[in-house]
Design a protein around this ligand. Structure first.
Ligand SMILES: NC(=O)c1ccc[n+]([C@@H]2O[C@H](COP(=O)([O-])OP(=O)(O)OC[C@H]3O[C@@H](n4cnc5c(N)ncnc54)[C@H](OP(=O)(O)O)[C@@H]3O)[C@@H](O)[C@H]2O)c1
Length: 232
């Protein structure tokens, strides 16, 4: 029995590395991207590595795109065991006291509602199978306990919101075999993290992949960095 994982935002950055590490653990991994060609390029690049990878189009803000992607994965594989909600955007260089709320709305649509939408789409298949792992790729910037700066406010607010999605989904899924957790990858060198970040994608992907492959008695409703609990 090969487990099937779906990773959002897997055309570049952390999503690619999360997908590859999951495949290295023997899962069949569906790499999804707004532009399918980006995910296809990754699967082509790794075609000779023995990993089981496929590419599909998925825009987390588009209900039709999400529904059709999940339906086609279930149709072709008959299962969906792992969802990694990795797609994310930031509002970048602005301050909370003068934030562009149109931009804040876009960040909310991707980082919170996008992840929630994907989770809703996979949960019926997971609960009927009695197994599921949902990982929401959050950030220490979403930790209320650590929120002492006003920079990237929409991003911070969205990741705090995403953590609330984790908590509420996990609470609603107790006893179903579906575990839902938030992961912070740390500050990672990607297009979003920038070149000064101290971590590479290998290190950043570790905690999301760990949470995506938790055993049946694994934790749910938690927030983790480097496999250790993080303050909300
Ligand atoms: N890098 C860090 O230091 C860091 C720290 C903490 C948390 N994180 C989180 O880690 C995750 C991955 O970030 P990253 O650093 O790898 O950033 P990245 O290189 O900018 O990649 C972001 C990914 O999200 C995708 N995306 C954006 N909007 C989307 C949408 N509507 N539907 C589907 N996919 C969409 C992008 O796809 P396109 O290629 O189509 O644009 C891209 O693949 C994000 O959730 C981020 O918040 C990163």
């Amino acid at each position: 029995m090969t487990r099937v994982a779906l990773v959002t935002g897997a055309g570049r950055g952390l999503g690619v590395e999360i997908a590859l590490q999951l495949a290295d653990q023997g899962l069949h991994v569906v790499l999804t991207s707004r532009n399918r060609d980006h995910a296809q390029r990754i699967t082509d690049d790794h075609a000779k590595t023995g990993r089981s990878l496929e590419a599909r189009q998925l825009d987390v803000t588009d209900q039709t795109s999400v529904d059709s992607c999940i339906a086609s994965v279930l149709d072709s594989t008959g299962r969906l065991d792992v969802l990694v909600n990795n797609a994310g955007i930031s509002d970048g260089d602005q301050q909370a006291i003068e934030a562009d709320l149109v931009l804040a709305d876009q960040v909310w649509q991707v980082n919170v509602l996008g992840a929630w939408r994907c989770a809703r789409a996979v949960i019926p298949a997971m609960t009927s199978a009695g197994y599921g792992r949902i990982v929401n790729v959050s950030s220490t910037m979403g930790s209320l306990a650590w929120m002492t700066s006003g920079s990237e406010p929409a991003y911070r607010v969205s990741k705090a919101g995403l953590n609330a999605v984790t908590r509420t989904l996990a609470a609603g899924l107790v006893g179903t075999g579906v575990l839902v957790n938030s992961a912070s990858p740390g500050w990672v060198r990607t297009d979003l993290g920038g070149p000064r970040a101290p971590r590479d994608v290998t290190e950043g992907a570790d905690t999301p992949v760990w949470l995506a492959t938790l055993p049946d008695d694994g934790l749910t409703g938690g927030f983790f960095l480097d496999r250790r609990p993080l303050d909300w």
